[in-house]
Structure formats: C-alpha cells, structure tokens
Design a protein. Structure first.
Lengths: 207, 341
C-alpha cells in the first residue's frame, strides 16, 4: 500500500448491504422497466415475466428504501444528507470547477472526503434530490400503478392513471441517467476502481 | 469541512408524505367519478326531450307511443264501456327520450312495422311479421357504403354467435334499432364507448335471463372466468370485451367477428406492445384524431392510451434518447481528457 494512502472506514456493513441491494434492484428495475415500455412479442424479457419481476423488485426496493429512510432519520449517517444553506451555492461552484477544470490541472479536491463529510456538495445535492425526491416519487407512483384503482381517476381532465404512468416512467428515466453519471463519477478516486472497492470493504482510500 | 446538522431531509420528506397522504385522501373521497358512474350520471342528467314535435314523424309515432311509451296502457272497452288499464310487457315498452336520441329517430314506426298496427287491438297474425335486420335496409345502399355493412354482415356470419345459434342470433341481439346510437366513431368520450359496448355483451353474458334465451347452459361467471387477468377491474373499465374476444378487421370500425373462447386473446403483449392490437381497434380514431388536433404532447397526455405500456410517443422517445446520448457524450469527453492528462 502506498504510504501516502489514508484509509477511512466510512461505509459500515448496513450501508454497503443496502447500497448493493439498491444497485441490483435499480438495474433489474431499469431492464424490466425498459422491457415493459418497449415490449413487443420478440423482446428478450417477456412482458408477463418483466411485469412480475418489476413488481417484485419494486416491492423489495420499497422495503430497502424504508431501511435507508429510517436509518438516515435516526443514525448519524443521515447528517451527510443535511444541506447547509449558507455558502452552499459557492461550494457547488467550487466543486463544479474542480470537475470541469481543476481535476485536469491536478488540483486538490476542494472538499476532500473525511468522516464528517463523505459527500462533496455536488454529490450531496444529487443524492438528496435522488433519494428524497425521485426515489420516493418513483416508489409511490409505482404502487399507484400496481393498484390502479387507488389512483385518482381524473386530474384536470387528464386520466390520473396515465399521468401517474408518465411521471413514473419520466422519473425512472431521470434515475437511470443519474445512475450512469454516478457510476462514471465513481471512477474518479485514488484510482479508477478504488471507489468500487470501498463499497465492498467499507474503507475509503484517499491520498 | 463540517456541515452543521439542521433539519434532515428525511423529516421534510416525512412531513410532505403525510401532507400528500392527507391531500390524496381528500381528493379520493371527493372523487366519485368512474366510467360507470359517469355513464350513469350522464344518463340521469340527460335532459328529457320535452318537445317531440320537432321530429319528422313524431305526430304519427305518438299514436304508438301512447301505449308503448310507458309500462301501462289504457283503452275503452266497447262492451263494458269502461276504461281498462293494463300493464305493457316490458319488451314492448319504448322510451320516447331514448328513441328520439337514436339514429333512427326520424323514422315512422310503420316504416319498419306493418301499417296494420294502426288498428287496435292488433291482429294476432302481426306477431308473425318478419323483423328487418341491419343489412335489409343498409345493404347495397351507396349512402351507407362507408359503413361497410356488407363486411359487418360477413364478419358477423363468421362469428361464434352466428355459427352456434344460426338465425336465432340476429343483429337485434346486440343492437336494438329503437335505441341504437352511433358512438364508436367520434371518440369524444372513449370511456363511454367502452361502457356502451361492454354493456351490450353484459346484457346477455351478465344476465342469466337473457343468456338462457339462446342456450340451456348455466351462465359462466365472468369474473371467475377472467380471474387470470391482472388488474381485472382496470381492464374491464378501460377496454372493451371485443378487444380480446373479436377478430379485428382493418376496414371495420367495430369488430363483429366474435370468436370462441379458445381463440380469444390471452397474451399480454398483444395489447401491451408497440404493435398493440388496440391501435387498430379501440384507439383507431383516437390516436390519429388527438395527435392531429392537439399535437403530440397534449395528444399523448389527453389520450387515454398511455397505460398500455409500449412506447407511445416517438417524440418522447427521441427526447429521452437525446438526453441519454448527451450524457454519454459528456462522460466520454470527460473520461478522454482524464486519460490524456
């Protein structure tokens, strides 16, 4: 190990298990979701199978999200998701500058990972929007589609079910895009695979 | 860097969720509309026609409606010189309001029925009168060519109804000429078309009395027979029975070739796919009309076809694809610069 490398135990077992479960479920949901959305008789995953797996994965995601939600409500991990209002825009600009310019000039990261702040401001904003906006919305709209009679019949003349469907798909798509960017940003670490290793052994490596 | 903990977003979400739940409960309890309710309400609220005289043959027809327009009729008995009131058989009662809203409202009763009916009491042999079917009037007439009555007749003759019951099953079983009102071509209210068409099937398949007019078999329970169908209630209110139980023909607006149970559609993909059979049947007019009139986005939003799953709008697909491609492009460029440095 490089003598300059600092190892921080940042990801306890429950977070790693939750994260892996979440990643797997998201992948399954995206694949089956696309199969449902673009279904035709020759699709690899048949419609009935895709719907069953999608529903099942959605139910497990709800449980997994509940664990995340209450875990972050009552443990110190939740503090990482608290956005400080003061100076936040400036911090965002700094982080954006780092990703677009500073990184290529070998500058140091403006907000290095430490035990008290494992997310940089850009990560923090993305994760809050994702985990407290998009994910609960996609879960609730998903349950609405699972029990269509529960949805409001009509919203300003538009079918409530269709609106739920459109918003569920739209949010699912937004989550998929964020997931792609998330996986890419994970390659920005000590080396391209160090962040992936962190999510297995729990240790964040920095230098 | 330490971020001071103020309010965890989870609490904000929790409060928002509670408020949303409250709002939802309030909306849901006040939202009593449903396709069936709407249909019933529209029937109830439909203003009764008070002035029948504006219809071409109303004066002549009133001679018949005088007795057949309600559930009882009265006549003078010349022998006893008393006014006798009797009950009209429900099958022979014709509702004026419904008749004058129907497509055949300009007709005279005696255009189709014998003029001998003008005499009361009606002669017994009039019961033997042949009843005209749709093709008898509409077949071979240029005026009705666009409705393809000949093709409808061919499709109907090939149907399981015609095959099993021969001449006992006529157009009248589903379409009463006194009440028939065209509705499938406008798509003004898709839900009403669905309810209207499904009630035609349920008139026999949901009513033992009518079902056993043509068979001695016990009527199958429709709900049990369809228990394999996910979200049964949603399917029953959002598509018509004929979507799965009739063979669609391109040129016909409404499929009349009702097939036997074993040939009914059972595969989800038949409807839930890009090449959904619904686009050639239920949404035939709606898809083209809505998108043409209201543009792709509004047409899609206002349409009632989006819940079927497949990609419905090329515009939205293209937008999604462009967003995805741009994201990937930015990632590739960023990665390329990192590798280069």
């Amino acid at each position: 190990m490089n003598h300059q490398t600092e190892r921080l135990y940042l990801y306890p077992v429950w977070i790693r298990i939750w994260h892996m479960t979440n990643a797997l479920l998201c992948l399954i949901l995206i694949i089956t979701g696309l199969s449902i959305q673009f279904s035709n008789p020759s699709t690899v995953v048949k419609f009935n199978a895709a719907v069953t797996v999608h529903n099942l994965a959605g139910i497990i995601l709800t449980i997994s999200y509940a664990l995340f939600f209450f875990g972050n409500l009552f443990t110190s991990n939740g503090l990482h998701y608290v956005i400080p209002v003061k100076g936040f825009i400036m911090h965002l600009k700094k982080q954006f500058y780092y990703y677009t310019v500073g990184l290529f000039k070998k500058e140091n990261a403006p907000f290095p990972v430490d035990e008290e702040s494992k997310f940089n401001p850009l990560q923090q904003l993305t994760y809050v929007v994702l985990m407290y906006g998009f994910v609960p919305f996609v879960i609730i709209s998903g349950w609405g589609l699972l029990y269509p009679e529960m949805t409001v019949y009509s919203v300003f003349g538009i079918s409530g079910l269709d609106l739920t469907d459109l918003l569920h798909i739209g949010t699912g798509f937004a989550i998929s895009i964020i997931m792609c960017v998330h996986v890419y940003f994970c390659t920005i670490g000590k080396n391209p695979i160090s962040n992936f290793k962190s999510m297995i052994n729990g240790y964040h490596e920095s230098h | 860097m330490i971020y001071k903990a103020n309010i965890r977003p989870a609490w904000v979400v929790l409060v928002l969720l509670m408020l949303s739940l409250l709002a939802f409960t309030m909306i849901k309890t006040s939202d009593t509309s449903s396709p069936v309710n709407e249909k019933m309400e529209s029937e109830q609220e439909k203003p009764a026609i008070t002035d029948f005289s504006k219809f071409k043959n109303a004066g002549e027809n009133e001679k018949c409606f005088k007795c057949h327009g309600q559930s009882k009729y009265s006549f003078e008995n010349p022998e006893s010189e008393k006014t006798i009131t009797k009950r009209m058989y429900s099958e022979l009662v014709m509702n004026r309001d419904v008749f004058y809203l129907s497509n055949h409202r300009e007709f005279k009763c005696t255009d189709c029925h014998s003029e001998d009916y003008e005499t009361f009491p009606h002669a017994g042999n009039l019961r033997m009168e042949a009843i005209a079917t749709c093709i008898d009037c509409h077949g071979g007439d240029e005026k009705y060519a666009k409705f393809e009555f000949e093709k409808i007749d061919t499709a109907f003759l090939a149907s399981v109804h015609s095959e099993k019951h021969n001449e006992d099953f006529t157009c009248w079983m589903c379409h009463d000429a006194h009440t028939y009102k065209i509705n499938a071509r406008s798509n003004e209210n898709l839900k009403q078309t669905i309810t209207y068409d499904n009630l035609i099937c349920l008139n026999c398949h949901g009513d033992l009395k009518n079902y056993q007019l043509l068979t001695d078999k016990a009527k199958p329970n429709i709900l049990n027979k369809h228990d394999w169908l996910p979200n049964q209630a949603s399917h029953f209110t959002n598509v018509r029975c004929i979507e799965c139980h009739a063979k669609n023909e391109d040129t016909l607006v409404v499929a009349h070739h009702v097939v036997s149970k074993k040939d009914a559609v059972r595969k989800c993909e038949s409807c839930h796919s890009k090449n959904s059979i619904l686009y050639a049947s239920l949404y035939k007019y709606q898809v083209s009309e809505k998108i043409e009139k209201e543009g792709i986005i509004k047409g899609l939003l206002m349409g009632e076809s989006t819940s079927i799953g497949p990609d419905k709008s090329n515009t939205l697909n293209i937008i999604s694809l462009v967003i995805f491609a741009l994201t990937m492009l930015v990632i590739i460029i960023h990665a390329a610069f990192r590798i280069k440095k």
